[in-house]
Write a protein that binds this ligand. Sequence first.
Ligand code: ADP
Ligand code: F6P
Ligand code: MG
Length: 329
Amino acid sequence: MKRIAVLTSGGDSPGMNPAIRSITRTGLNMGLEIFGIRNGYQGLLDEEIVPLDFHAVSGRIRDAGTFLQTSRCLEFTKEEGQKKALRMLEKYRIDGLIVIGGDGSLNGARALHRYGLPVIGLPGTIDNDLFGTDMGIGVDTALNTIISLVDMIRATAASHRRCFVVEVMGRGSGYLALMTTISTGSQVAVIPEYRMNLEKIIEVLDRRFTNNHNASVIIVAEGVCQGAEFMQRLIELGKVRQEIRLTVLGHVQRGGTPTHYDRLLASRMGEMAVLALISGERGCMVATVNGKMQLRDLDDILERRKALPADAIRLARNIGIEIGDVVER
Ligand code: ADP
Ligand code: F6P
Ligand code: MG
């Protein structure tokens, strides 16, 4: 293992930069040459490959996003694209690749691993939808960004006796929605893992309004439907006694300055990825399980669906949050 390359792929997440920094500095410290691939798999196909030295990553621990840039690349999902990517890596005599991204990106990493390239993945997604790791890089920052925004919305909700519907990201996962409903003191989480019960939601709003708790916040995960669609359904029932407003948080959720947790997680995972490649590990994702770093086989994790933490579901119910009904699977 002499030359290692790193790329970021899929949606950017806060902490990707600290991960690249840690990979670069650990690799250099181990006597390796480090290359950055710009613009994800697309950049690999376009030969956007640059050497990284100690100074190239200076200051990056504080920045959200990914200075290597990222993309979604259709060509790479096909066999031809993957073979072209391998030829490019061969041209630069790259011995090992570290991919930072979500489930899609790690599927791409596994495809390259199956062709025999030593690959290690890092979970880089705010969605926290990757099985096998308690947290992904960027999740904590996104949670903190969401709660500070919802706290601000609550001021207007209280002043105007309104109900706010807040749409948050998460792709097919309700993780961000559930956790931030708990930590903002909101009343309802509408999440894809549970079937929403509109009648119960109306009851919650009605009970609060009757008791002069007339500000309510409903967090809707984008994986259920658009916040606008949910709000329309609520209004159409004709039973809500207060004004309802919608806020779609959108991409600000990905742009927060990485928190301490994410800077440390990304640094630890980046270091471990390099050490893993050097010691001959392949086809794995670096994970954090109960606070400890672990390597998990990509084959084990990519076929499985991550469940919401059972203790968070229980907590939400015990403190009176309406999360809907269990869906039979
Ligand atoms: P994320 O990594 O955040 O989940 P995407 O699902 O958009 O984001 O995936 C990012 C990129 O990873 C895709 O644009 C594609 O280039 C690559 N990718 C996704 N799925 C696969 C797959 N099954 N096989 C190979 N490459 C894939
Ligand atoms: O996967 C991360 C994520 O932010 C999802 O939560 C969201 O659905 C998606 O990416 C948005 O993607 P884009 O930046 O392409 O709009
Ligand atoms: Mg994804």
